[in-house]
Design a protein around this ligand. Structure first.
Ligand code: HEM
Length: 277
């Protein structure tokens, strides 16, 4: 190992200002300053609670990044790119679901020890989670009202509301490949939520049988959709076991409110035809 830079190793005590280091590249010092418990003296479990939420926000960021790429791939007719990226998205989604196991090691008493310190803060206010919903076509303009006007979350969400969703990009992709997607579906208002469409279902049904590659993309999309539903289900169960019937810190009825969000698919047309396949 004659040259430490070529080998990828920095020499201890010999790092110049210019050399890239693990800590510098990843901004580790900055990152590790961001976990600030509110309980005083700090309750042991609050650290886990903060870290896990921050990790979720990072994964949400990554998912938005990947799904933006899926839209680009679809617009460019890059089926392979869309498939590999959906595969990654699906795997991230599985990780998101799996992480709830860690939070479930926290007992109701342990959570109660610092819950008051959250005041009215809640995952309900996660702008990136709403961005994900909007990007996937679950558009609810009224959710903008939960974000302070002009805040970064409100600006990002308003942009997502106006932009075509993954589903819109997908229909556009199919139309460009010559499939007769109805004009009404292609020219729909991007601010409206995706609604099931029987004409689209008919086309998807035929494609499932006729085009193997496309059917693999459809399956990846169903995987992703199922993953999001799985996350919602696991989140509700975690909420039930941790706070029971208590209302949420965000002001909702808690588990009862969350139960209403279950089993809503983001790609309903792909689910509607499965009994025919
Ligand atoms: C002990 C752990 C947790 C509890 C007790 C909990 C509780 C709740 C409750 C009661 C709500 C309903 C809104 C409210 O009134 O606050 C909610 C919403 C939400 N939580 Fe959690 N949560 C926990 C962990 C997490 C984690 C780790 C995440 C990851 C980001 C998360 C993300 C969300 C999201 C995105 C919503 C909005 C869901 C929707 O509106 O469909 N939560 N949570």
């Amino acid at each position: 190992m004659s040259n430490p830079h070529e080998s990828g190793y920095a020499t201890p005590g010999n790092a110049t200002q210019k050399s890239v280091t693990y800590a510098g590249y990843l901004r580790v010092d900055d990152l590790l300053k961001l976990q600030v418990p509110r309980s005083s003296p700090a309750e042991h479990d609050e650290m886990l609670f903060i870290v896990i939420h921050q990790v979720y926000e990072l994964w949400f960021k990554c998912l938005l990044h990947e799904l933006d790429k899926v839209c680009d791939d679809l617009r460019r007719g890059n089926l392979h790119g869309a498939m590999t990226t959906f595969k990654r998205g699906r795997t991230i989604m599985k990780t998101l679901v799996g992480q709830l196991d860690i939070l479930e090691t926290m007992t109701p008493m342990e959570f109660s020890s610092f819950r008051d310190r959250l005041e009215s803060a809640s995952g309900f206010q996660s702008a990136q989670f709403r961005e994900l919903e909007f990007l996937l076509g679950y558009k609810r303009p009224e959710y903008l009202n939960y974000f302070e006007a002009g805040s970064s979350g409100a600006v990002a969400l308003a942009r997502r509301l106006r932009s075509p969703s993954v589903w819109d990009a997908f229909l556009d992709f199919l139309a460009k490949r010559g499939h007769p997607i109805p004009c009404a579906a292609l020219e729909r208002n991007p601010e409206a939520a995706t609604e099931p469409d029987e004409q689209v279902q008919e086309i998807l049904f035929k494609l499932y049988k006729a085009e193997t590659e496309l059917s693999l993309l459809f399956e990846l999309m169903v995987d992703f959709d199922e993953g999001l539903q799985e996350w919602r289900y696991r989140h509700v169960k975690m909420v039930e076991r941790t706070i029971g019937f208590k209302p949420g810190t965000g002001g909702s009825s808690g588990a009862e409110f969350l139960r209403r969000t279950l089993f809503r698919s983001v790609f309903p047309d792909l689910w509607a035809i499965r009994h025919r396949l």
